[in-house]
Design a protein around this ligand. Sequence first.
Ligand code: MTE
Ligand code: MO
Length: 326
Amino acid sequence: MLIKRRANGVDSPLASEITPHEIFESRRKFIQQLAVGSIAGPALLEMSSREAFAQTPVTQKLAAQPNTLYRLTDKFTSYKDATTYNNFYEFGTDKADPARYAGTLKTRPWTIAVEGEVNKPMTLDIDSLLKLAPLEERIYRLRCVEGWSMVIPWIGYSLSALIKKVEPNGNAKYVEFVSLADRKQMRGVGSRVLDWPYTEGLRLDEASHPLTLLSMGMYGEVLPNQNGAPVRIVVPWKYGFKSAKSIIRIRFVREQPRTAWNSVAPIEYGFYSNVNPNVDHPRWSQASERRIGEDGLFTKKRKTLMFNGYSEVASLYAGMDLKKFY
Ligand SMILES: Nc1nc2c(c(=O)[nH]1)N[C@H]1C(S)=C(S)[C@@H](COP(=O)(O)O)O[C@H]1N2
Ligand SMILES: [Mo]
């Protein structure tokens, strides 16, 4: 059988676990039709043989239940755009660099240490992490501070599921995320654009908010390396840089942690970095955004929404001056 593997370090998947991303959409429609009863059993067989003979590059499929609460109705960004227009400075600063160079990242074995101010520190390997809670598919918008956005069907579960397991103690006020920084696998880590490793942080209540996603997949598959395999954070109401990729450590701490972008340019990148159309970045207006894939000459930009449209998080910031705590 013609099954090509991407060089992404994922252990050989079973043939039955493989889905080409190109058919992700048709599979979704098909499953929806199945659910409403307009397609009967035999079509299923037809579908699987079509999948089996698809001669496109494939990655490893990852099953997840659609989360009905967190599903934007916006059209998805194409898989191609979402996997070839990336910020992942460990592999270079050009948008095309991560897709070009992240193949050298070895995503298995992979462990993530969860530690600090918790009663039950633990080190989990990626397989136990995948089994810790039911995997959900959530369609979130990700807004980069550079002025563009994407809509992506992520797979994962609320970070709060992991937080409950480790039992933060009374001293835990913030959560720090640390990405891998291995020069041997990541050609950009030699550069001095950032002080490696890439770190990010959230207040404990932000990290515990159900929207905060621990993500291991997208578009029905495990995460491509350039999107932060094998595990990353996705915080949809904050600028994209808060969503650290390829994380190896989650630490519960007393003080607001150092974060990578805040350290290099504190005036430009605040700790909070909530999407806010009323507070401009010194170099980029935050009032509107370009949706990746909608780049026609006359395509209108979209208005950027407060908290990227996730208004349910507003209560986390009650009484705070969001111009000061940008
Ligand atoms: N470790 C790490 N995480 C990172 C980055 C990075 O350079 N290194 N870039 C951030 C930025 S600026 C954005 S916009 C998002 C992009 O995520 P995506 O490529 O999956 O769309 O990842 C964030 N996470
Ligand atoms: Mo970004």
